[in-house]
Write a protein that binds this ligand. Sequence first.
Ligand code: LMR
Length: 403
Amino acid sequence: MSFFDGIPVAPPIEVFHKNQLYLNEKKDNKVNLTIGAYRTEEGKPWVLPVVHNTEVEIANDTTLNHEYLPVLGHEGFRKAATALVLGEDSVAIKEDRAFGIQCLSGTGALRAGAEFLARVAGFKDVYVSNPTWGNHKLVFKNAGFTGLHDYTYWDYQNKRVHIEQLITDLENAADRSVIILHGCAHNPTGMDPTQEQWKRIAEVIKRRNLFTFFDIAYQGFASGDPAADAWAIRYFVDQGLEMVVSQSFAKNFGLYNERVGNLTVVVNNKNVSAGFQSQMSLVIRANWSNPPAHGARIVHKVLTTPALHQQWNESIQAMSSRIKQMRAALRTHLEQLQTPGTWEHITQQIGMFSYTGLTAAQVDHLIAEHQVFLLSDGRINICGLNTKNVEYVAKAIDATVRT
Ligand code: LMR
């Protein structure tokens, strides 16, 4: 007898499971297009030079110690992260209507924000894009949301954002529903709304009294310019919308396992900030009590030191341009092979991911026959491609599609 008799085995978390299958694979032609992490041309993880140098400086700074941070996190980091997403000259910052809360990467920011919205502010319904990142629904369910809904996002036929149905779905959402929007580089489709489409989304959200929860995990990866990638969020602020924004510094600083994140909060009345922050302190106190300092110190120092900030911008550009080159190379190879289907979406899509349109059966075939590992919905991480393996991957896709 055990207290835990009868607990069923949960299904594996696909992204980590597929990554492990890749690691377990013995054949050396294997290719990892699974987890959303940057890889160099050599297929290796990349510690950004500015991150490494800043870590060394921090390690040598004898004024620092390992005392607890405040519950809401590193003050300078919270400010710098908020300014990064809203813009230094944001009207919400100037009017003291915006603040940051340090969280455990993007997931922690989603979780703290969701729990606050459900338990403290009484929101019940949340809408996620269909498709969306595999963790969104689980986070909101576990945080206390009882109504978990989809809104249409993807036009599978034409491989683009299904804007008309998206707007219709938002029109039909219940009053005070929370709408999760990907700030840029939508995961998994790699396709963002155009500025005109964002304007329509903002209009319906405002008119229908919906609440915006932006998730921006790839700021800098969509265009190579962190400010341009925050356009939609800044537009929503300019429209007078209140919102929360979960920010991850996993990808754009390469700080995956340091769990550096921020929840930026924009309210319409600065007088509500004290209540918000005090209640959020209790949410965080009951979760992780106070956040870790190391990654927050790095991000703070880089973002607030102009020369380091410039080096960071250069690394973002290096990563995003390598991704663009690999998109072009994959598409070119597929078109040269005259692989059945159309492949221009690979270069139309942005950020780390391409939503290839490959079926679950084709994905299984690619893994079993060619040792090319990807997610079952056909999402590939373009960063897993390099000049040595891209032709092999194209040939594997070609052979699979023709099977
Ligand atoms: C991904 O989508 O691959 C990444 O965001 C990693 C994760 O945690 O799912």
